[in-house]
Unconditional design. Structure first.
Length: 268
C-alpha cells in the first residue's frame, strides 16, 4: 500500500503520498474559496512530498489543480455577487501576462532559490493574515474610475508575476489590493480576485504545459479534489463564517512553515 506508484504522471509517489496531496488540494480549495491563499496549503505540501527536488514540477502541477478550484469559485461568486466585468477582465489580462513572465523566470531559477522564495512568502503572508484587520464591509472606492483601473492593472501585473514565479498567497494579495487599496467590499473583492486568479494560473500554464513540466496524473486528481474543496468552502463560509476558517488557515500555515523550514535545514 505504501510502495511507490509507478504510474506515468505521478512522480513515483506512494499511495499514502498521493492521498495526502489530494487531501491538501481539498483543504486548499476550501481555504481559497473563502479567504484566498490556498496555495499556502497546496504548494508546500507538494514540495515536501514530490521526490527529486524538482521544484518546477511542483509549481507547474500546482497550477493545474489551482485553476480548476479558482474557476469553480469564480463561477459560484459570479452567480451571487455583482462583478465589474470590464475592470475584472482587464486586470485579468495583464495578470495573465505577468504570470507568464514569472513562470519563465521560475524555470530559470535553481530549485533552492524557489524554496527560499516559497518559505519567505509563507512567513510574510501568514503574518499578514494574522494581523489582517476587518476591512471591506462596504464598497468605498478610493479613486476615480480611470485611476482605479490603473491601480488594478498595475497590481494585477505585479501579483500575476508573483503567481507565475511561486504563487503562495496570490488570492490573499489580490483581495488585499482590492479591499485595502482600491476600496472594494470584501465580497466584491473576493469575486474579482477569483476571476483574476484564473487568469494568473492560465498564464503560468501557457508556459509550463509546452515545457513539459506538468505531472498530469497527479494534477488531474488534485484538481478534482480542489474543486470539491471549493464547494465545501462556500458552504463553510455561509454556515460558520470566515473567522473559523481563518483560525484553521493560520494553524495550517504555521505547520507548513515549520515543515518546509525543517526540510530546507536538513538539506532535503
Amino acid at each position: 500500500m505504501l510502495d511507490a506508484l509507478n504510474w506515468p504522471g505521478f512522480a513515483d509517489l506512494s499511495l499514502a503520498g498521493l492521498l495526502f496531496l489530494c487531501a491538501a488540494a481539498f483543504l486548499a480549495g476550501a481555504v481559497d474559496a473563502i479567504v484566498g491563499g490556498g496555495g499556502l496549503v497546496q504548494l508546500p505540501a507538494m514540495l515536501l512530498l514530490l521526490p527529486g527536488g524538482e521544484v518546477i514540477y511542483s509549481l507547474a502541477t500546482n497550477k493545474v489543480a489551482a485553476i480548476a478550484g479558482t474557476a469553480a469559485a469564480a463561477r459560484t461568486y459570479a452567480k451571487r455577487t455583482p462583478i465589474d466585468w470590464s475592470a475584472a477582465l482587464s486586470m485579468a489580462l495583464v495578470a495573465l501576462l505577468g504570470s507568464l513572465g514569472g513562470a519563465m523566470l521560475a524555470n530559470a531559477l535553481p530549485s533552492h532559490v524557489l524554496n527560499i522564495i516559497v518559505l519567505v512568502a509563507l512567513v510574510a503572508v501568514g503574518l499578514y493574515t494574522w494581523r489582517k484587520p476587518d476591512l471591506g464591509s462596504v464598497d468605498a472606492p478610493r479613486f476615480q474610475r480611470r485611476v482605479q483601473l490603473l491601480v488594478m492593472l498595475a497590481g494585477g501585473a505585479v501579483i500575476g508575476f508573483w503567481d507565475g514565479i511561486a504563487g503562495p498567497g496570490t488570492g490573499s494579495f489580490l483581495v488585499f489590493l482590492l479591499v485595502g487599496l482600491v476600496g472594494f467590499a470584501f465580497l466584491t473583492a473576493s469575486a474579482t480576485a477569483k476571476v483574476v486568479n484564473v487568469a494568473t494560473n492560465l498564464g503560468a500554464l501557457i508556459f509550463f504545459i509546452p515545457a513539459g513540466k506538468v505531472l498530469w496524473g497527479l494534477g488531474i486528481l488534485m484538481a478534482l479534489s480542489n474543486i470539491a474543496g471549493s464547494v465545501l468552502g462556500a458552504m463553510l463560509a455561509a454556515r460558520r463564517g470566515s473567522g473559523f476558517v481563518r483560525r484553521v488557515f493560520l494553524t495550517v500555515v504555521v505547520g507548513l512553515v515549520v515543515s518546509l523550514g525543517w526540510k530546507m535545514a536538513a538539506g532535503a
